[in-house]
Design a protein around this ligand. Structure first.
Ligand SMILES: Cc1cc2nc3c(=O)[nH]c(=O)nc-3n(C[C@H](O)[C@H](O)[C@H](O)COP(=O)(O)O)c2cc1C
Length: 198
């Protein structure tokens, strides 16, 4: 993990500020966080929302992408659209870091400007690529931010840090149904323009 995190830190960042902190957990410390999250979820602790992904209202084109990604996952899992319990059970797996042996909690100092999110994204993808290079697999867990307060308390993260997301790192199980999920991407013309190339 130290090697992977050192590789993640080779990612470029604006003015080389290298923002963000990665708290890598395994064994008892990971189990303790997962237990605290399970207790909070079972108690119906409300979600928090310190930063968001989704515009409100959500444009139809984005709704369609979100819906398609959800369909792809639940189809791979064999969970029906109306099976709310099945969907909830899958969603709860976020808070167990998908049973991976390593869970990483990513934080950012609240004083940083929005550009620091770009830097963190660069580092996170470098971490994911480094994991692949080491024969491992990973999954980002933005859902962790929905219960950032629980994570903050459980790990004693200082109040000036914002819990951005989690990351599960482990060994891919090619037989796990969720790993048969295949997503698509928008067509080139939908998100890019090529001017003066012809
Ligand atoms: C920053 C980030 C946060 C993510 N959060 C979650 C999450 O909370 N739960 C989850 O199941 N997948 C999560 N993902 C995985 C995305 O849903 C997935 O990357 C996307 O649907 C595209 O699928 P692909 O990675 O198979 O191409 C996250 C990915 C990123 C990059």
């Amino acid at each position: 993990m130290a090697e992977l995190l050192e590789l993640a830190r080779t990612a470029p960042s604006g003015a080389n500020l290298q923002p963000g902190r990665f708290i890598a957990l395994t064994g008892a410390p990971l189990a303790a966080l997962v237990t605290d999250l399970a207790v909070a979820l079972d108690a119906g602790r409300p979600t928090v929302s310190e930063y968001g992904w989704f515009p409100d209202p959500m444009p139809d084109v984005l709704k369609a992408r979100q819906r398609d990604a959800g369909h792809a996952l639940y189809a791979a899992l064999g969970v029906e659209k109306r099976d709310l319990a099945g969907r909830r059970a899958q969603f709860r797996r976020n808070y167990r870091f998908f049973d991976a042996p390593v869970g990483i909690v990513v934080t950012l100092d609240r004083a940083m400007g929005p550009g620091a999110f770009l830097d963190l994204g660069m580092a996170l993808q470098t971490l994911q690529l480094a994991a692949i290079g080491a024969g491992l697999a990973s999954c980002g867990i933005g859902a962790l931010a929905n219960h950032a307060d629980v994570v903050q308390e459980s790990l004693g993260i200082p109040a000036h840090e914002l819990v951005i997301c989690g990351m599960a790192i482990g060994f891919e199980d090619p037989t796990a149904p969720a790993n048969a999920t295949r997503t698509t991407r928008a067509a080139l013309g939908d998100y890019a323009e090529l001017r003066g190339f012809d």
